[in-house]
Design a protein around this ligand. Sequence first.
Ligand code: ARG
Ligand code: ZN
Length: 844
Amino acid sequence: QTIYLSDYTPPAFLVEEVHLTFRLNPKKTRVISKIRFKPNPASKSRDFFLHGEGLRLVSARVDGQAVEPELTDEGLTCAVPDAPFVWEAEVEIDPQGNTALEGLYMSNGMYCTQCEAEGFRKITYYPDRPDVMGVFTVRIEGDEKVLLSNGNLVAKGDGFAEWHDPWPKPAYLFALVAGDLVNHPDRFTTRSGREVELNIWVRPGDEGKCAFGMEALKKSMAWDEKTYGREYDLDVFNVVAVDDFNMGAMENKGLNIFNSSCVLASQETSTDANFERIEAIIAHEYFHNWTGNRITCRDWFQLCLKEGLTVFRDSEFTADMRSAPVKRISDVIALRARQFREDNGPLAHPVRPESFVEINNFYTATVYEKGAEVIGMLKRLVGDAAYAKAVDLYFERHDGQACTIEDWLKVFEDATGRDLSQFKRWYSQAGTPRLRVTDDFKDGTYTLHFEQETPPTPGQDEKAPQVIPIAVGLLGPNGDEVVETRFLEMTEAKQSFTFEGLGARPVPSILRDFSAPVILERETDNAERAFLLAHDTDPFNKWEAGRDLARDGLIEMIVNGAAPDDAYLDAALTMARDDTLDPAFRALALGLPSQDELAQTLHERGHTPDPQAIWDALETLRHARAEHFQDLAPRLYAQYQVAKPYAPDAEQSGARALANAALGMITRLDGGAQAGRQYDSADNMTQQLAAFSNLLQAGQGQDAVTRFYDQWKEDRLVIDKWFMLQIVHAAPEDAAKTTEALTQHPDFTIRNPNRFRSVLGALAMNPAGFHHAGGEGYRVLADWLIALDPLNPQTAARMCSAFETWKRYDRERQAMIADQLDRILATKDLSPDTTEMVSRIRNG
Ligand code: ARG
Ligand code: ZN
């Protein structure tokens, strides 16, 4: 059943106050609700409907009188007064039987909840929509040592705790946790003097992995005060780590719940990348307290209102805490890998979708990451000061409300006097715009000619021109910058911009800092790219120049059987040798385009990608590069070993990243000898895992596979890495077999999303293996998605996106994938979640 944005109507009744009592029991938890409703003056309807799914209704009352509501699979209706009234209900639910991990469920003996987007209806009958906001008081009765809910603790005694959250909120922000947990405590004083108690709650044994997350939390709180003027608004902020969790984390008011992989960290068990990600996710969830919780979404079509903005805020935070250029480059790599892939395939949808069947299928790279890019463009267009003014107005005008994208854009219009109606197309048009550029130079005047075009996407054949902020700088023939970064604001389908008074034809640096999420197309040559790699003052475009060189060389190898490109090899060597450059930047610039990015590029250029040929070309180039770096790689490796005690900061991470890039080259020539030594001496997971990966890639991993497992078998997050790497680094012809074998390992379980993803998700991360000619990769994944769907439809549906690129490939592969998609669709009782995903992929 499809839901449309255009069908929005305000709720018939509003909630004033909610009292919930939970009598916890693994199989039979009782939830007793007492809710004060009042008619909504903004609605003409007086139909009383409450969502409810999988609930056993024990009793219901309206104003104290027993009633017998009409029940359906989706909820209930009941006759109620056209005046304020009190609704009471008692329901029974089964947390232990809840394998979908939505609503109230159990993970390792602890109770926890996940309500966004529509999980609260699995807890009790309620108007489960974000524009209904109520003040919650929650009483939890249970024997567990720790009983948590949102807001402030108001009472605690033997076998119970009572929580009150003074801030009205939608049901999706409700949370409850109960278990024998231990805490890592701290405190924070807000700038106006509120004393806030902070806790990270974990299973006994994990106490030692909380310190980093706690520091990240305090930094986030200070940053939001300083940068956005946003203060925390309760006496306590609790974070809980849960092992079985469908997503990364959840911003429940005052009680954030995290996938344990996104909060637990230690030097021995977490990589530098894990640390950075944990810091960013802690910040993200904390920032939601204002952008999401105090100001929430009117309906789920507006999801990007909170997610795009909060991703944008967390990326600004990481840029401030670490290196801004490195963060920007990493974000663009991820954007292209995930969002461009989505935007250029059958699952393409606007940042603000206009219809959906299952909202959980729209927690996508487009809503999150493109949503954040759109805010970045807005900030570029209006400037920093106007951005700050508009955002202040947003908080002032909409605090306590459930808002829309229109509300968000209106504060910018009011604060700046700009008309944003054309800019709004970024929210409604799907697809990645192509930006074609040509140039000419005459009598000291340099002209850039731009043309924009957005290809058709499912349901959207015609696209109108969008507002594209294009940051441009010009370099002179000697490599000096003759025109500093300037913003061109493109609004037409075709538009030219001139630069006057130039002595010679300049080299343009276009789309600096990746100023818009578009695909830039420009005829250029290797010499110019090498020039930009050497001289561009914009770190993003400097990186991009090297990337383009590598990518086009690889495309030549794949399509025309060319040899590795000397221009690339020389430019990479010069760059890597340049000690004035940040090691983290150099490590990024030594990264090669992924197999999937190459497949996408080939497809865009009219070729049918052959996954094996892509894999072979990358192998050949890596080998040639290792030889080209024969002298430099060991020097870099030695120079960037970190002597200081381990710290997961930007500086040390960058040094390790560069040393490990060098290790990759060394391994190609020494067959794993150096990697073996690093494995033996590693005192942190970054070093251990880099060595392990190298040994696996060199085909020398057997011993390490055993040793790694024996060392870490008690640590499930590390064992997830162990599963994943064996599959990601399996040779193309072995990947499906390895995956199947690992699903038979005693530590594999279909019940834990992290473990499931670390095996079946890893297969999709090995494109040459997943797409291997026989089609066994497709079959293995489909088998397991079919097995997972009845247990956990949300995770099964998300993982279907492994198939979203199927139309790129040859007829044989398309036919094999179509068979698997049809087989999934034909499965009896397939969930609406998976049905929606597979049909969109199949028919898109
Ligand atoms: N709001 C959460 C976050 O951005 C993600 C929740 C996702 N939930 C879901 N059902 N897809 O951190
Ligand atoms: Zn979020």
